[in-house]
Design a binder for this molecule. Sequence first.
Ligand SMILES: [Zn+2]
Length: 307
Amino acid sequence: MRARRLVALGLVGLVSVSLACTKVPITGRRQLNLIPAGIMNDLGASTYKSMLADENVAGSNNDNQEVIRRIGKHIAKAANRKRYDWRFNLIQDNQTLNAWCLPGGKIAVYTGILPVAKNEAGLAFIMGHEVGHATANHGAERLSQQLAVLGGMAALYLYLDAQTEMDTQQKEIIIAAVGVGAQGGVLLPFSRAHEKEADVIGMMYMARAGYPPEEAPKMWTRMENQTGGSLVPAFLSSHPSNDQRKANLREWMPRAKKRYNRSSKKHDTQQTMWKKSDFASSGGGGSKGSGKSSSKKTKSKSSGGKR
Ligand SMILES: [Zn+2]
């Protein structure tokens, strides 16, 4: 125990000396970041493994899983992170309106959010938003704040223990710190500033990847309609209001459109259309487990992209 404490203290000294001031992509905001990227990526990888172990992950023959991976790869390319080891997984849980991305590019999308995403552009924005939290180091920034609050010890213990095996409580703290928080009743939402920043980054990533950015504010409208403004899903909790989000996105829209027009790729965003009825049955699995269902794929170019 004592040796460990000394190691932890040493690490505190190390990170304090090498006070890293990193720059957020797209917005260019400068942030104080005490946690080396390698540590965050390790935390992301080990947390991802333990979180997926508790979930009903769709098989690779699942049509929707395939779509999530395809969109994810486009967003990953737009995010351009050399040190990320990207993973994309669909979790079959129709009751959970959520998606997240752990540090290092470990992404999960719940089937519950697909009808709100509605189409591939909507999901590209959701995934871009979550990836934005990761590439903007929001988890590390928050963990840095906790490090300061806790005097460094607790958070570093977490890291040391993560190297071996995390117990439930440690796992929950990490999960909360990196912003997942939907499980286990632990919820430590990102700040409003982080949410708005992730929106902007997500919209720019989706535009760069060839998805029309106009779908971003529309997605928030659908989210609002879906939740009726009363029920607050994990994805939204303590987030800025939809009006604030849309105003923020409008501000960046001209730049996003420019990026979209410059992008050599343009995706048929209506290729996959998710409907609530596709996921009508509860019980997590939905009807997509076989990957053979064709009901969700609706080619509807004629119905137009604007709604
Ligand atoms: Zn967010």
